[in-house]
Write a new protein. Structure first.
Length: 171
């Protein structure tokens, strides 16, 4: 049996690897969701006029890895206190969203967000939204498995992300 999860948390290039490396993950697809146009391109999404958010669609085996575990991985890849983008990626197309496919996912995501909020881990409020899943459009092939195809560029993106995160923590 397979299940699907959809998460947005900044540039999809940086969201694939942490999930792809887990047992029970069948595939992680970079793409766009939450907008008002059909089958947008990367260039169109970058214009911030389509309403889409860069996201990853994860196909997983729930007997090996649970949705709860995926949500935990998600929290560790994002800044849940920043509604205007993620790390060096700024704008609505990079906003943090958990797109839920059913009521069970919604309950898990809301419970997890509440626990994170109450944990005291962050000084600022948790602003990651939980929304109903919308049509997901896979990104162009050059954006799939970016971290494997372009390891130098991926390492640079990760370094910038880490630097940005550390500078925010000091403020």
């Amino acid at each position: 049996m397979k299940d699907t999860a959809v998460f947005a948390g900044g540039c999809f290039w940086c969201m694939v690897s942490p999930f792809n490396e887990q047992p029970g993950i069948e595939k992680v697809v970079s793409g766009y969701t939450g907008g008002h146009t059909v089958n947008p391109t990367y260039e169109e999404v970058l214009t911030k006029t389509t309403g889409h958010t860069e996201a990853v669609e994860i196909t997983f085996d729930p007997s090996v890895i649970s949705y709860e575990e995926l949500v935990e991985i998600y929290w560790n890849q994002t800044d849940p206190t920043d509604a205007m983008g993620q790390f060096q990626d700024r704008g609505d197309n990079y906003r943090p969203v958990i797109f839920v496919l059913n009521e069970k996912q919604r309950n898990i995501a809301e419970k997890s967000r509440k626990e994170l909020s109450e944990s005291g881990k962050y000084k600022k409020p948790i602003v990651t939204v939980i929304e109903e899943s919308q049509p997901f459009y896979p990104a162009e092939e050059k954006h799939q498995e970016f971290y494997q195809k372009n390891p130098e560029k991926y390492a640079q993106e990760q370094e910038e992300r880490l630097h940005y995160q550390q500078s925010k923590e000091r403020n």
